[in-house]
Every structure is written in C-alpha cells, then in structure tokens.
Design a protein around this ligand. Structure first.
Ligand code: GCU
Length: 671
C-alpha cells in the first residue's frame, strides 16, 4: 500500500471537521483518468473518514473536481493567467465563497495530481479550510530508471526480481503494473524506463515492442510515459548492418525506421535513454565519433515524433585512469552547444558513482548551452542495499542545494535542473529505482521513503527533506506524535550515520568489489586502477586522501572559480569533503581539535553509536507500530548494527597499518 494506506483519521473532532467539509464530491468528465480520480477519491475519503462520501452529480458538491474550461471556473475570480500558468500538469485547489472546495486543472492528469495532493492533506492531518493552493511541477520529466534485465534480474536491485514479467506480456497484465503506475502518479512521476542502461538490443525488436506497448497502454491513464534504453550497437546486433557509425547514412536511416516503428506501437513514446562508451558499452567513440554525433543522430530520428534522447554523462574508460572524476567534464564540456534541442545530458549527482557522500558533479556548473538533467540513485547500491535504513532525502537535497558558482542569481544545482539558471529547453530528474517483487516493493520498508522522496523532489526540488520525512511518516505510520517524532528523528540522522561508519570525511568507493556491499578498502588487485578502492583513499605512512588540487589531479579545476577556491584551500574545504579533495597528514589538526587519525576513528565509532541509538529508539515503538513492520525494521536494524561494526573494525584496522597510531579514547576495540 506504500504511502497510500489512507489510515483512518484517529482524532474524532478532526474527522468530523473533514466530513462536514466534504459531504460529497463531483468529478464530471469522461475517460480513464477521470475514472481513476473518482476511484481514488472514493477510496481515500472512505478509508480515512470511515464513512462513505457520496459521489454527487451536481456542481454544488462540496468538493468539485473540474477542468478549467468548466463554467464554475470561468465564472470564478481565478484569472486566465493563473489558469494558463498551470500548464499541462499543474493544478489549483481553492475554497470558494460558496463553501466549496474547487480543484481545477487544464488536463485530466492535472486533476489527478491535484486529487493526490488534496488527499495528502488529509493523510497528513492538515486543515482543509481556506485552501489556496497552486502547484506546478518545476521539472518537466520526472522519471524512474529501472536497471532491470529481460530475464527479470536487476543489476542493482535488492527487492526481489524485476516487476516486469516479459515472459507473460503482452497478454498477461499483472495488476502490479497499474499499482506501480498509481503509486508513481501519486508523486507526479510521469516517465519510466523499464530496462537496464546496460541494455539489450532485443527490447527494440517487434516481439518485445508488443510487450512494451501493452505496458504503455496500462500506464497511459496514469500519465506515465514509456522510454526505452537503446543499445548503440543495435543496428549491427538486430539490424544486420555492418556498422553502427552514427555518421553513416544507413545507420541513421536504420534508427529513423526503428523509431517510426516504435511509434506505431506506442504513439506517445518518450524516447531513448543511452549509456554509451562507458563500462564497456558500445558508443560513438568506437567509430571515432563523439557523444554529440551519437546523440544527435538518434535525436533527429525522434524529433518528428516529439521524442527525446537522454544521453548519460556517466562515462569512464581505462584510457584515462589518472582521475576518473575528470572524465565526464573532459568529454562533455567541449561539446556544449552542439547537442540537438531534444537531447538531455543526464548527469549523476556526483562525479564518481552514487557514493554515500559526494560533492556535486562539476558538470552542473559547466554547460550552459545544453539541457542538463539529474540522475539520482534510489536503490542503495553503495548504502547497505536493502538491509540498511538510510533515508535519502537529505542526500538528494545536499546536492540540489549546492551552489555551482555560476554567475547567475539562480546558481544552485536545483536551478540548473529546473531550468531557472539557463532557461534550458527541457528539464528532467531521473531516479534509479529500488522497486522489485518483494511484498513491500523495496526490500527494506524504509526504501519506500526514498522512492517517495525522489518523486516529491522531482516535482519540486525546493521542498525540504524534513517536510518529505514528515509527510511520508504520517502517510505510512499514521499521525501518532510519538511514533512520528521517533521515526523522523531516525530518518533524518540515518544518512549521516551511514557516511560515518562507511566513508567519513570524504572517503569514497571503499566498498567490496563488484557487489559493493560491505567494506573492502584494501582491495588493490583488480584489472583497472580505478576499480580498486586503494585508488580512492591513497593511504600511506604520511596520511590519507585523494589530492585533487593543483598539486594532484586538479579535478577541482573543473568547478567554477568560487567553488574551486573553496574546495582547494584546507581552511575552507568543508571537512565532509576533506579526503575527497586532499591528501592530508595523519596529524592534521581538525576543527574539533583532534588530529585527523583520531577524528577518523571517532567518526567510525559515532556511526556505530548512531545505529545503536536507532535501535533503542525503534524499540520504544513496540506496540505502537503493527507487529509485522515493527519486527521487520527491528531485525534489519540488528543487521545494520553488525554491519556498522564490521565497517568500523575492518576499516580502522586496515588504515591503522598506515597511520601506525593508537586508537583514541572512546573507540571500542576492533575485533
Ligand atoms: C555503477 C553500477 C553499475 C551501473 C553503472 C551505471 O557503476 O555499479 O552497475 O551499470 O553504475 O550507472 O551505468
């Protein structure tokens, strides 16, 4: 049920107040999305208010949900400008003088989104008096990327198998598809890519396109657009061509015909997501061409249909192992301004790879003539996977709220992403999904909060993590104050705890190889230098950390001046990024007064202590949270504690072989 449990409003007075204001509702309108709106309102109101709220046929109903061309709206004092500012997906909810709640939008989808907003107010027990709400998404495409394979395994999914049952599609439509679409719509997510970025060209063959069509048909009323990953070598693999060179007319023509064919199956197809020349995937470099050549060739095929190319900036190759951090900027910045209008460059939040903490990616401040998009990871590849409780709201916000240093009044990463920095033509935020066949969808119950947080921030990157946690907890666990405060306090601290016991003070990529679960900072024998954790921490007798200043790789030079200046100086570099940018001596004096070695050890210990604290806080909820969910989280927190100790002990014992210093007071002796 996710966050759509619609638990009854506990407080009788509040429930009575809601009922007095929503005696009935009227949703005039025909079509699948209107049916969904009526269904959702009926369900949500009845469950929360414990009484059936009648559907009325008159426009006098106490809750009226109507398109903006309805006479009630045109006769109201809502201005034409306000209505047109709602665009295709925004909505307005207003209490009018007739004591009526009016929800309006320009499209059925806008009304559907507004319906979820209205229900959320009740779910979070807020007042519905004097409503005056206008909400318009700040980001155009709000998308999930599933790293799911055709055989239902998932590259970095930890919640069972992929929900896409390709074998039984197109004739068998598992109800989970509609449930998935509804959950996404409740957050405003409007696009999905059900296929791994390490793509299989078979998805573009007619046999699979029929299945894709069946899914797209289910998703359509929910406003979810279908995109597919496109394997760059598809013209060779499934097209019988000898080359996939993007400048070869036969190749361009193959893609054009393929795209035309896809639109016959899915007339509102969104476009392609492409991983090219990264981690062994094929791409334009294989033919001596650049990313713009590749992306533009596909973009031209999609443009007549209104489709887009989402080209990923997650590129690194062994040709240039000096500092993987620099490769995306090196390859993409020179191409700024060369991409077609319908190309977006999808950039991971940081330059390495979804680490527990990364400074924002320098590309966000370096390309002002290109549609730049955000890629976050919802699945916790490097954050304890589905075993650990880590609320990602603060993680996403840390990146979105970073100042890129561009000379502009809107200079935050979020301003680049929502288009306010450069008025880029298209905007997009993508999240690598954590959804699978597990009964609770996400493996760890709290994984649901990360799906939720991603969706809410994709709609509005300016909402605070605190607000998101607040909403999610109330919608998931009800509005008991004690339960709410306890869970929120655990959530808001959880990411910091994970950073402490895994990679404090700017350390990164120390996870065990391949699966990325658990510690492996000692690993040094892998085929490519940048696959080895030792490449990232660079510990030696003198100290630890990756020198990315001018005396080192100078990756810092890829940030705008003001940012580079701040990160370069030991005095101004935030300590949370210290070892990301600097190689620092073990005796370096930290702000706390401790030397670096002691501080590092204390951070690891603090991470363990924080998890213990989560355990005791959770224990106080026994009997207040239903047994199933209580036990689920209790057992997982036990594992998380063990793993936090595992991280601390093994990391400290390993780093001690370099520092050759004793542990400071307060450190539990590693076993
Ligand atoms: C990480 C991840 C891979 C994934 C890649 C990507 O490296 O471990 O599984 O394919 O990111 O984002 O493409």
């Amino acid at each position: 049920q996710l966050w759509l449990r619609y638990d009854p409003v506990e407080e009788e007075a509040l429930r009575a107040d809601y009922i007095s204001q929503i005696q009935n509702f009227n949703v005039p309108g025909e079509g699948a999305t209107f049916d969904l709106i009526r269904e959702e309102l009926g369900l949500g109101l009845e469950k929360m208010l414990l009484s059936e709220i009648a559907e009325s046929q008159t426009e006098e109903a106490s809750l009226l949900v109507v398109l903006s061309d309805h006479t009630r709206v045109s006769r109201s004092d809502i201005s034409k400008e306000t209505l047109s500012s709602l665009g295709e997906e925004g909505y307005l909810i207003r209490s009018n003088e007739q004591n009526q709640i009016l929800l309006t939008a320009n499209t059925p989808l806008g009304l559907y989104y507004g319906t979820f907003h209205f229900l959320r107010r009740l779910q979070t027990r807020q007042s519905i008096n004097d409503l005056d709400i206008v909400s318009v998404p700040k980001v155009e495409t709000r998308m999930l990327n599933h790293w799911d394979n055709l055989d239902r395994t998932s590259e970095r999914g930890y919640a069972g198998f992929a929900i896409w049952d390709w074998h039984r599609l197109p004739d068998y439509l598992d109800p989970i598809y509609a449930e998935y679409a509804r959950a996404n719509a409740s957050l405003g997510i409007n696009a999905t890519v059900p296929i791994n970025v390490n793509s299989n060209a078979l998805i573009l063959t007619p046999m699979y396109l029929e299945k894709v069509k069946a899914l797209a048909d289910v998703f359509r009323p929910y406003g979810i657009k279908m995109y597919l990953t496109a394997r760059f070598s598809a013209p060779v693999q499934i097209g019988g061509l000898k080359t996939a060179d993007p400048l070869d007319p036969a190749v361009a023509n193959w893609w054009k015909e393929k795209v035309d064919e896809i639109y016959e199956y899915v007339p509102d197809f969104g476009g392609f997501l492409v991983k090219a020349n990264s981690e062994g995937q094929p791409g334009p470099h294989d033919y001596g061409r650049n990313h713009a050549d590749g992306a533009n060739m596909m973009a031209k095929a999609l443009a007549p249909h209104g489709g887009k190319v989402i080209w990923r900036a997650f590129v690194y190759s062994e040709e240039n192992p000096e500092d993987r951090h620099k490769q995306a900027n090196d390859q993409f910045v020179p191409l700024d301004g060369q991409f077609e209008d319908n190309v977006l460059i999808q950039v991971k939040n940081g330059a390495i790879d979804f680490q527990p903490r990364e400074p924002f990616h320098p590309l966000f401040g370096a390309m002002n003539k290109t549609n730049l998009a955000m890629e976050f990871q919802i699945t916790q590849e490097y954050l304890g996977q589905a075993t650990q409780l880590v609320f990602m709201g603060p993680y996403y916000k840390e990146c979105l709220d970073s100042d890129t240093g561009i000379k502009n009044k809107n200079s935050l990463v979020s301003d680049v992403i929502d288009g306010s920095a450069y008025q880029q033509k298209h905007t997009l935020m993508a999240g690598v999904a954590n959804i699978g066949t597990d009964r609770n969808w996400t493996g760890h119950l709290f994984g649901q909060s990360n799906w939720y947080a991603f969706g809410r921030l994709a709609w509005d990157p300016d909402i605070s993590a605190q607000q998101i946690a607040d909403e999610w907890v109330k919608m998931t666990f009800g509005a008991d104050k004690k339960v709410e405060e306890t869970i929120k306090s655990i959530m808001m601290e959880s990411r910091e705890a994970a950073v402490n016991y895994m990679t404090p003070l700017g350390l990164h990529h120390l996870m065990a190889t391949g699966h990325h679960y658990g510690p492996g900072p000692w690993v040094s024998n892998l085929g490519r230098p940048e696959w080895n954790p030792v490449y990232y921490h660079r510990a030696d007798k003198e100290g630890i950390g990756f020198d990315r200043t001018e005396s080192g790789s100078n990756a810092i030079g890829q940030y705008n001046k003001s940012v580079a200046k701040r990160f370069s100086s030991l005095k101004t570099c935030p300590e949370k990024y210290l070892l990301w940018f600097h190689h620092v001596s073990w005796d370096y004096q930290m702000q706390s007064g401790n030397i670096l070695w002691d501080e590092l050890a204390l951070r690891y210990q603090q991470g363990v202590n924080q998890v213990r604290d989560f355990k005791s806080q959770w224990a106080t909820l026994e009997g207040k949270v239903d047994d199933g969910r209580f036990e689920h989280v209790r057992m997982l927190l036990n594992i998380q504690e063990k793993e936090a100790i595992w991280w601390k002990d093994s990391s400290l014992l390993y780093f001690q072989t370099f520092s050759e210093r004793a542990f400071p007071d307060g450190i539990e002796k590693p076993k």
